[in-house]
Design a binder for this molecule. Structure first.
Ligand SMILES: *[C@@H]1O[C@H](CO)[C@@H](O)[C@H](O)[C@H]1NC(C)=O
Ligand SMILES: *[C@@H]1O[C@H](CO)[C@@H](O)[C@H](O)[C@H]1NC(C)=O
Length: 258
């Protein structure tokens, strides 16, 4: 779920690469000018948390997420869990700071594109449905879930290919890999053991004490969901804004000097 969050973020970022329709206060950069690109992305995130539809940028202050399945064990044995999340929303993307980018060169297909960023607090809220067995206890519960990913850091690595339309170059994502990290994952599930509040509190305490192990177990799922959401978002922006329009034109001189 957390990954999904990041996705949104990216969305914003990409937009910040600046198409021709970009607001004037967002400065266009030369290809490969990483500092300038970081600065413009951050300005874009700060000024347009509600997105820019014409650029394919969706809002990032409140981000809806597709339903996702986190555990789907075979229903045998003493411990299994089927855990789904739905009605998911993320808050906090609007506070993203892009810290570093690379690969936004004149020919971005020759290397990886990387986008690094940080979010002070990434909040995820949703409803869950859970069915399972923990020793002799049967689980069948539904309720609200709350997550806070504190000091959330991410790196997105993209491989892109070029498409040509109307004599302009458009990026198409070939591969997108997210990497994430955080100081702490605070997590709460309401009502996990339906008629037993003490056990619900106990399981939440266990979770919060051992969040690293839970994170490690969930990470592959999280990253997969995140990558797909993120990709969707990027594709919109890349489809609408040509790569050349995101940057200042290259002068013939500097081309020769290369
Ligand atoms: C984003 O930052 C603002 C200003 O610091 C803060 O008030 C708000 O709670 C933050 N949003 C989230 C979801 O943490
Ligand atoms: C779980 O609980 C719901 C609502 O109480 C009930 O409709 C459903 O049949 C239960 N499922 C199982 C497998 O016990």
């Amino acid at each position: 779920m957390l990954n999904i969050i990041i996705t949104l973020l990216l969305l914003q970022i990409i937009g910040s690469l600046q198409g021709q329709m970009l607001p004037k206060e967002i400065k266009k950069c030369h290809f490969g000018e990483s500092q300038c690109i970081v600065h413009s992305m951050n300005l874009l995130i700060k000024k347009f948390p509600r997105g820019i539809p014409a650029l394919g940028m969706k809002p990032i202050d409140v981000v809806d997420i597709k339903n996702s399945k986190f555990w789907n064990d075979e229903k045998v044995g003493a411990f299994w869990l089927d855990f789904d999340l739905f009605n998911q929303v993320n808050y906090g993307f609007e506070n993203t700071t892009i810290t570093k980018v690379s690969g936004f060169d004149e020919n971005p297909t020759s290397s990886l594109i990387e986008i690094h960023g940080r979010i002070p607090s990434l909040i995820h809220k949703g409803s869950y449905y859970s069915q399972g067995r923990v020793w002799i206890v049967e689980l069948n519960s539904t309720g609200e879930s709350f997550s806070d990913f504190q000091n959330f850091r991410f790196v997105l690595k993209l491989k892109v290919i070029m498409e040509y339309r109307n004599n302009k170059r458009y990026l198409k994502i070939y591969e997108l890999n997210p990497f994430v990290n955080m100081d702490r994952w605070v997590f709460w599930l309401d009502n996990f053991f339906e008629s037993n509040t003490d056990m619900t509190i106990a399981i939440n305490q266990v979770f919060n004490l051992h969040w690293v192990e839970f994170w490690n177990e969930l990470e592959p799922t999280n990253l997969k969901i995140f990558a797909s959401v993120f990709r969707d978002i990027f594709e919109d922006i890349f489809k609408k804004v040509s790569y050349d329009d995101m940057f200042l034109p290259v002068s013939k001189d500097s081309e020769v000097n290369d």
